[in-house]
Ligand binder design. Structure first.
Ligand code: F6P
Length: 331
């Protein structure tokens, strides 16, 4: 009898619950027992495991976040608590785990596999930085939030003839900034993959002003290397303020900053994320059925793919150079 544990690990993202629902429904269909682990790896370490039934996943498809709860457990935490985690899995007779999570979850999945703990990982992060899939669950919802925010910011920037610096998330990659900025019609997009000198950006804004464009929307990825003093907010340097401070001095243009922050992680998943989560959840359980373990399920070129976790954790998913180049048409 297969007993499948589902856990959500790392940062939450819209679509996580749709993935939980898909994994559970396919498992029930195959006659497996399904168990939930609360709060990701921290919950597993304390043995917070509970049997699920169809009612557990009833009505959760459109809900943001994770009904199980998440935690930011590091690989080191998992190493230190691996015995407790193994005990919790064995005590509950769990035959395999489906981990829905971000790059940290991929790294822990690789550690589980190396220690003989069967698992399959479903890529879920707004950052879209997981190697082995074109898109991660949550990314489409986050760029929709960014695009909607830029639509709103256009009207106020235009009314006051200002440069609006909009900082978005994404860790070390610029996926959110590039795709959200393009969808929202940004006038410049600053991404780690293309760290142009700040003078280039200042010149671009001055040229816009000379052409009679009396406002600009600049999207900056949080990982953009603003080699300037950056104010630190709750322990995290804020690229947007550093950029605004420097550009204001260099251009004498009126600057304002909006940090979108955790809005990008919230809300109901888009249709695309609901469908991606459903497809990847099904693929994960089908992989379990075929005896696969130690793999990340993904979708590359609209085909379901399986990537060894060791390979998936070795590198981030970066924006292809030709995509970055083509985007320059618009800013
Ligand atoms: O990985 C998702 C993400 O939102 C990043 O884009 C962001 O830098 C980070 O999580 C914030 O981490 P936390 O939720 O721990 O503050």
């Amino acid at each position: 009898m297969r007993r499948v544990a589902i856990m959500t690990a790392g940062a939450d993202a819209p679509g996580m619950n749709a993935a939980i629902r898909s994994v559970a429904r396919r498992s029930f269909e195959l006659g497996y027992d399904v168990l939930m682990v609360r709060d990701g790896f921290e919950g597993l370490a304390r043995g917070d495991v509970e049997i699920m039934n169809k009612k557990t996943v009833s009505g959760i498809l459109p809900l943001g976040g994770s009904i199980f709860g998440c935690s930011r457990a590091s690989v080191d935490f998992v190493r230190q608590n691996l015995v407790r985690m193994k005990d919790a899995l064995e005590t509950n007779n769990i035959t395999t785990s489906v981990i829905i999570g971000d790059r940290s979850a991929v790294a822990v999945g690789a550690l589980f596999h190396a220690n003989g703990i069967p698992c399959v990982v479903v890529p879920n992060t707004i950052d879209n930085d997981i190697y082995g899939t074109d898109f991660s669950i949550g990314f489409d919802s986050a760029i929709t939030t960014i695009s909607d925010a830029l639509d709103k910011l256009h009207t106020t920037a235009s009314s006051h003839h200002r440069v609006m610096i909009v900082e978005v998330m994404g860790r070390e990659t610029g996926w959110l900034a590039l795709y959200g900025g393009l969808a929202g019609g940004a006038d410049f997009i600053a991404i780690p993959e293309q760290p142009v000198p700040i003078e280039t950006l200042a010149t671009h804004l001055r040229q816009r002003k000379e052409e009679g464009k009396d406002f600009s929307i600049v999207v900056v990825a949080e990982g953009y290397p603003v080699a300037l003093h950056q104010p630190v907010v709750s322990g995290r340097p804020v690229a947007g303020y550093g950029l605004a401070e420097a550009l204001g001095e260099m251009t004498n243009l009126s600057m304002r900053v909006t940090v979108l922050g955790y809005l990008q992680r919230g809300g109901s998943p888009t249709v695309s994320d609901r469908l991606l989560a459903t497809r990847l959840g099904l693929a994960a359980v089908n992989a379990v059925r075929e005896g696969k373990t130690g793999i990340l399920v993904g979708e590359v070129g609209q085909r379901i793919t399986f990537t060894e976790l060791k390979e998936a954790t070795s590198q981030p998913h970066v924006i292809p150079a030709d995509v970055v180049l083509q985007a320059k048409t618009f800013y």
